[in-house]
Ligand binder design. Structure first.
Ligand SMILES: [Zn+2]
Length: 169
C-alpha cells in the first residue's frame, strides 16, 4: 500500500499501530500494510474500530497492538497481540474482561475479512469481484484482472485455505 494511505491508517489508530516503528526482529508491522491500495477503505473502518476497542481496553490497562497486516491467498490477514500499559509488558489472556475483548477483536477481523473479500485489492471496486491468478491469488474486479492479464479462478471460496486469521501471541 502506498505511504500516504498507510499514514492515514496509522493516524486513525495510533496505539494499535504503535509498533510499526520497531525493527524487524520485534515486529512485521515495519513492512506496513502488505496489500493493495484497494483495501484502504475496509482497513480504515477496521482501524477506527480498533481505536474504539483500545478505548474500552484501556479500562483494563491493556491495548491491542498490530503485529502484521497482509494479503494471503486473496484474503486479508491481521495478526495482533495485547500489551499491558504503562510498561507494555505481556498480558495474562485468561482474565474474563480480556476474553470479552478478544471476541470483539475476532468480530472486527471477520467483518474486515468479509469486506476485503468482496473488494478489488487494486482499485477498491465492489463490482464483479473474483479470485484471480497471475503468479499469486488476488481478489480483483473484472477490469483490474484484464489490465493485469490475470486469469479468473472459478470455484474458489473464502477460507479454502485453512489458516487462523489472527493470532493471540
Ligand atoms: Zn479493480
Amino acid at each position: 500500500m502506498r505511504n500516504e494511505l498507510e499514514d492515514i491508517l496509522y493516524e486513525s489508530s495510533p496505539v494499535f499501530y504503535r509498533e510499526r516503528i520497531l525493527d524487524l526482529e520485534e515486529t512485521l508491522m515495519c513492512f506496513g500494510f502488505e496489500c493493495g491500495d484497494g483495501w484502504f477503505e475496509p482497513l480504515l473502518e477496521f482501524s477506527k474500530e480498533t481505536r474504539r476497542m483500545n478505548g474500552l481496553a484501556s479500562k483494563h490497562h491493556i491495548c491491542f497492538v498490530a503485529s502484521q497486516v497482509k494479503e494471503k491467498f486473496g484474503e486479508i490477514r491481521v495478526y495482533w497481540h495485547l500489551r499491558q500499559f504503562p510498561d507494555f509488558s505481556e498480558v495474562n489472556p485468561d482474565d474474563e474482561g480480556i476474553k470479552k475483548l478478544f471476541v470483539m477483536m475476532d468480530d472486527a477481523i471477520s467483518t474486515l475479512s468479509m469486506r476485503c473479500w468482496n473488494t478489488c485489492e487494486i482499485c477498491g471496486s465492489v463490482q464483479d469481484i473474483s479470485t484471480t491468478t497471475r503468479g499469486r491469488m488476488r481478489r480483483l474486479c473484472k477490469k483490474c484482472a484484464a489490465c493485469h492479464n490475470a486469469e479468473i479462478i472459478k470455484h474458489h471460496h473464502k477460507g479454502n485455505f485453512h489458516e487462523p486469521i489472527h493470532s493471540k501471541q
